[in-house]
Design a protein around this ligand. Structure first.
Ligand SMILES: O=c1[nH]c(=O)n([C@H]2C[C@H](O)[C@@H](COP(=O)(O)O)O2)cc1CO
Length: 145
């Protein structure tokens, strides 16, 4: 199974430790195409700028979305890139799980919470200690279907 994990990079790296837990857990279920989002070495600047760097990142990531079976996004730290990826994923009719921590004091965008109209696009509120168990439940349920 190809899994696309979305997490904030230029939107801020505050939640990196949670991304690392999520990616580690997701790797039990399939290949995480975007493992780099969990790297300590990846700063708020983004991946190393090469000639045409941002275009290459965008085109690679859209292709990875296209070949993904499931998209899991940690959406607590707002990120333009994550929002864009989720919009593209909806257009591609992909299965999406968004994870949000209300304990952050933030209020999730209506364009994400409001997109949760069917089982294909789910938004799950969680607390940090529950993250692995929510992922287990989610993957158990999709593996049954
Ligand atoms: O260097 C990068 N590499 C990369 O894969 N992305 C993708 C994956 C992330 O889920 C998302 C983060 O977007 P942003 O940088 O706007 O927070 O965009 C984004 C950047 C930098 O914007």
């Amino acid at each position: 199974m190809n899994i696309y994990f979305c997490g904030s990079i230029r939107g801020g790296r505050q939640d990196l430790h949670i991304y690392q837990r999520i990616v580690k857990k997701l790797q039990q279920y399939g290949k995480v195409l975007t493992e780099h989002i969990s790297y300590d070495s990846l700063s708020e600047k983004g991946e190393d700028a090469v000639l045409d760097g941002d275009k290459a990142i965008h085109d690679r990531d859209v292709e990875w979305l296209r070949i993904s079976d499931v998209i899991v996004a940690e959406v607590t730290q707002p990120s333009l890139g994550v929002g864009y990826e989720l919009g593209r994923a909806v257009e591609m009719n992909k299965r999406v799980l968004c994870l949000f921590r209300p304990s952050s004091g933030k209020v999730l965008s209506a364009m994400i919470r409001g997109a949760s109209t069917n089982s294909l696009f789910q938004v799950q509120d969680y607390t940090e200690d529950e993250v692995e168990s929510f992922l287990e439940k989610y993957f158990d349920s999709i593996n049954k279907n």
